[in-house]
Structures are given as C-alpha cells and as structure tokens.
Design a protein around this ligand. Structure first.
Ligand code: GDP
Ligand code: MG
Length: 597
C-alpha cells in the first residue's frame, strides 16, 4: 500500500486537464503507440467533439522513483457543474489532487469550486501552472493568485506544459513525494467506494471502485449497501487503457467489477460494495441519491413513434442512471414523457443522443425546475410539481417553494457592475464579494435555480466578454411568489408553452414570449393571434398576419429538379413542426422562453 498513489486532476474547463493526463500516461508508458489517440481519456464520441469530459474514468500507471516502482491511479473527474456529485465521489477516492491553472487565464470559478471539494476531503494539493509555453502566459501574476488561494509557497508550484511536456517529470515526482499513500486495513471487512460506472452492452454495468478497507476477491459474493442487492464478483481487475483481470484487489487500490448487472440504476455512484458473507458495519460516508434538477417534456414529432421513444429512453437509462422519465400527455403535443435531467448540459446530451443513436425526432418543451407545493387543506404535506401544467389552482394553494443555488462568479473587476445587474434581475442576492487580485473579483450570490435555466450563462458570457466564469451548487428550497403564465394560440391554450415565473416578472415575460413567438411562428394562410394569460386574464398579445405562400412560384415552372429540391427542403423544414389546432409551430418556439432578451 505504501507504493500506491491515488490522485485526480482538478481544473477549470479548457485549462488542459485532458492534455496533461495523456502526457502523464505517455511518460509512464501506459499507452502503446497503437492505442494512442488524440485524447485517450475522453473516449465517448460526444465528449471528444465537445471537448469536455462527461463521465469520469480511472487509469493506472507505473512510475519508478529512487529505485522503487509506484502504482499511480489517476481518477478523472467530469468538468461540468451538472455532474458535481460524481466529482465529489471521485475526489473522495483520492489522497491528492493536481490543481491545474492555465497560466494565461488564471484562476476561474471551477478551479475554486473543485478545490473546495478537494480541501473538504483533506487532499494534498499539488499546484500546477499549466500552458507556460503560451506567449500570453502570465506566470508571475497567476502564481500570485495560486499562492493567495491555497497559501502554498512559490516553489511548491510546478510550471508545466501538457503540450510540450515541460515540467511533467516534476509532476510525477511530486505525486510520489507529496501525496500520502492510502490508509486502510486490508484485513478489515470489505468497504469499496463506487466512484463511477459505465455501461457495456456485452458485459453489463462495470462499476469503478476504490477499496477503502479489506480485500475484494474474484468470485466472492458482494453486497451493494445502498440497494441491498447481492451479486457475484464475476470479474474484478485493474484499469489501464484496457482492463486487466485480477484475483484480488486490496485496500488502497482502484479497480473495476463486473457482476452481471444490466441496469445502471442498480449501481449508484457513492455506494459501498461490501462482502455479503462478512459485511462491514456501515457504508462509507457521503452517499447521496443524485436527483434530477431540471425537467422537460420530450415528445415524438410523429405521434406513432411514442412506443419507439419509450424504448429509446429505456435503453438510454441503462447507461445513464441519472436520466428519469415518466409518461405524460399534453393537449398540444399528444403523448410523451416528462424527463428529469441533472442540468441543462445533461438535457442537451440526452437530446443529442436520442437523435444520433436512436434517430428519434423529438420536440422538447421549455425546461423547468422541480417545485414543492403545499395545499391549504393540508399545509404540512409537500407535493412535488415537475410540470407547469400540474401547477395547482392558486385558490387552493397555501404556498410554493422553489430550489435555490449558491452561485460563484469570477470576473475581471470592470464587469462587476453589469454582472450585479444581471444577477439582481435574476432575483439573486449578493452574499459576498472578494477581490482575488486588484482586478479580479469573486462574487457569491444566492439565486433561484430556475433563473439559471432561463438563459443565464449566455448572458453572463456576453456581458463579461467571455471573461466571467461561473459555478453553482444547490442550497435547498425557499418559499416564492410564483404564477403560471399560459400561452394561447388563436384562443387555444398550448400547455407545453406554459411557464412558472415569479409574479414580479410575469407581465414582462408574457409580453416577451408573445413577441418571440411572433418571430418564430412562420406566417400561415390565416391570421394567428398569440396571447399570454395569467388564469383568465390576458396580459399580452401579438398578431401574425396572413400570407399566401407558394414556394415553387419562384421556379417559373421551368426547372423540375430545382422545384423538387425546394419541395424536399420544405418537407425537411416541416419535420420539426407541430400542428396545434390549425397552426404549425416549429420546435424552436417551444424553447422560446429560454432566449428572451
Ligand atoms: P480540459 O478541458 O481541461 O481537459 O482541457 P484540454 O486538455 O482539452 O485542453 C484545452 C485546450 O488547451 C486544447 O486546445 C489543448 O490543445 C490546449 N492545451 C492544453 N494544454 C496546453 C499547454 O500546455 N499549452 C498550450 N499551448 N495549449 C494547451
Ligand atoms: Mg478534458
């Protein structure tokens, strides 16, 4: 055990985590030339295209130092706030962390939020000043920021470049010298912390774990403590770029287990694996069920694809346990599902996977958060509201609560004024303001999660010219004065366009939604009235005038292939349309609320 080092890399997105990880693998010869790809750790296509690490992975390397061979387990963490619980479990499996800071960008919001998580778990922090090869690198100032932030000495900071390889040997040395070996008792009852899982269509779910105490053996009966289910450890092993089966893995080390589990929901990140015959007294602390934070209706464009959508969602859920869904119906959209996501990025990923992997054309409604309603007749019983359409009759409502978050924003000080204004517009309350250096400020706000769902991040980026970084975590539910704004198209309410908003914003949002829908709904052969209403009261109205549109007219009846092409194109355009009464509404319109200015 004294020759094992478990570490993770924490960094703000794009500061060079994946590049450096690949370089470490390179230098320890963990990768053969044949296995080498651009970025080996991001092995999901979607991840590679987006340049972000969605799921965490683990990989083992060997490093010789002063004549002894060390086993280094690198536990990769996802970089996005939607997956912060997974980050916290990966961190809990480590004794040390490389804190990577881009020498041209300086400290950013995720640098700090991930650092706090690492400090909470008493990790040894190795600060790395990365990308020093860049001409725009600012090593002096960024080193000052790091010293201020973690209170280290200047000589503790390792200047490096994942790109040129400079300093990477120093990083490997520091991992061995500064990070403590794992503690734990190999003879105690088994406690292994699950920090990640992946779905394999042939082998079922593979769970990644760190053995905290005891020893796990091939073939033994194991129990997953949160679900109380017992499995056979059909195969256990260690992870390099391939899996290497082993007969046993002992306290301090990291590995995988395959035990015939087919459904991702049976393997919960944060759960403890123990021995079924000689179980540990208690699970490892810190287990939490991850709960979806953002909900949206997902409907097939073609009504007869409902069953196909259901089976696609079921298949997706096999490898994405954080996706939830249940059937719902909408007067406007027919039969579909109310899906729960960890956040906006997670929602986008699911939408994209439905499209790419299952060829499903879906309409997604405006996302909303989950509310808790208390009714007058029994004001102590919380009622979950995951869909604005289920918003209770205001007359019968005692009170309603919505989820709040703590938001951390780091920016250049010149943008503080506009950021304050944005956050206050979004019902934020300023909690703290700290100058990290003379021109960099950290602002802390408490604000409703719903306001982040609605077009917050894009606006923050644009008012700060891309300089502000942002991170958040949930802090519980608070009472709020919310009303439901309905949209009527030619007098018919379109339930899928309803939104729950704070009373003080209702008129403004109603008006803007009508304006936006007027832009997005194409003119048709009759007049279309768009109205916003609270209950029976109309609060805004727009009108789309009639148009007689003949797309083939401009072909002068001549070129038949051009004409056919045009008709094809029009058909394509119709695919993502939904017929509401006699009016055709494009998919974009259902997300209109997200892009109000
Ligand atoms: P991650 O989001 O933290 O995983 O960052 P990546 O490793 O994907 O790197 C983000 C971008 O920075 C990519 O375009 C890399 O090529 C680039 N990059 C990473 N490390 C370095 C470095 O040391 N020097 C320079 N010049 N560019 C780097
Ligand atoms: Mg990456």
């Amino acid at each position: 055990m004294e020759h094992i080092r478990n570490f993770c890399i924490i960094a703000h997105i794009d500061h060079g985590k994946s590049t450096l990880a690949d370089r470490l693998l390179d230098m320890t010869n963990a990768i053969s030339e044949r296995e080498k790809m651009d970025q080996v750790l991001d092995n999901m296509d979607l991840e590679r295209e987006r340049g972000i690490t969605i799921k965490s992975h683990a990989v083992q390397m060997y490093y010789k130092f002063e004549g002894k061979e060390y086993t280094l387990n690198l536990i990769d963490t996802p970089g996005h706030v939607d997956f912060s619980y997974e980050v916290s479990r990966a961190i809990a499996a480590c004794e040390g962390a490389l804190l990577i800071v881009d020498a041209s960008q300086g400290i950013q919001a995720q640098t700090i939020s991930n650092l706090y998580l690492a400090l909470e778990h008493d990790l040894e922090i190795i600060p790395v000043l990365n990308k020093i090869d860049l001409p725009s690198a600012n090593p002096e100032e960024v080193s000052d920021q790091i010293i201020d932030l973690i209170g280290c000495k200047r000589e503790d900071i390792i200047p490096a470049s994942g790109k040129t390889g400079q300093g990477v040997d120093k990083i490997l040395e520091a991992i061995v010298k500064r990070i403590p070996a794992p503690k734990g008792d190999p003879n105690a009852p088994l406690q292994a912390l699950i920090f990640d899982s992946v779905y394999n269509p042939y082998r079922g779910i593979e769970a990644y774990f760190k053995v905290v105490n005891g020893t796990i053996r091939k073939g033994q009966r194991v129990k997953f403590m949160a679900t109380d289910k017992v499995y056979n450890a059909d195969e256990i092993g260690i992870l390099q770029l391939k899996q290497y089966p082993k007969d046993e893995i002992s306290a301090g080390d990291v590995g995988y287990i395959v035990s015939g589990i087919k459904d991702a929901r049976e393997v919960k990140v944060g759960d403890t694996i123990t021995s079924a015959d000689n179980p540990a007294d208690a699970p490892i602390e810190g287990f939490e069920e991850v709960k979806p934070m953002v909900f949206a209706g997902v409907y097939p464009v073609e009504i007869d694809q409902y069953e196909e959508l259901r089976s696609s969602l079921e298949k997706l859920r096999l490898n994405d346990a954080s996706l939830t869904f249940e059937p719902e119906s909408s007067a406007a959209l027919g039969f579909g599902f109310r899906c729960g996501f960890l956040g906006m990025l997670h929602m986008e990923i699911v939408q994209e996977r439905l499209d790419r992997e299952f060829n499903m054309d879906v309409i997604t409604t405006v996302p909303n958060v989950s509310y808790i309603a208390y009714m007058k007749k029994d004001p102590t019983v919380p009622v979950k509201v995951n869909n604005p359409a289920d918003f209770p009759d205001p007359v019968k409502l005692d009170r309603i609560e919505e989820p709040y978050i703590k938001a951390q924003i780091i920016s250049k000080s010149e943008y503080v004024g506009s950021i304050m204004k944005l956050c206050i517009d979004k019902r934020g309350i300023l909690k703290n303001q700290v100058y990290l250096t003379s021109d960099r400020v950290e602002l802390t706000f408490e604000m409703p999660l719903a306001e982040i769902v609605f077009d917050f991040y894009d606006r923050l980026k644009s008012i700060s010219r891309g300089y502000a970084s942002f991170d958040y975590y949930p802090i519980g539910y608070r009472e709020s004065d919310l009303v439901k704004v309905d949209i009527l198209i030619n007098g018919d309410p379109v339930d899928a366009l309803s939104a729950l908003v704070h009373r003080s914003n209702a008129y403004d949002i109603g008006r803007k939604m009508c304006e936006k829908l007027k832009e997005l709904i194409p003119r048709q052969q009759f007049v279309i009235a768009i109205q916003a209403a609270i209950g029976s009261k109309i609060i805004a109205r727009e009108t789309i005038s009639a148009l007689r549109k003949d797309v083939t007219a401009k072909c002068y009846g001549g070129d038949i292939t051009r004409k056919r092409k045009l008709l094809e194109k029009q058909k394509e355009g119709k695919k993502r349309m939904k017929q509401i009464g006699s009016v055709e509404i494009p998919q974009k319109a259902f997300l209109a609320v997200l892009k109000l200015n």
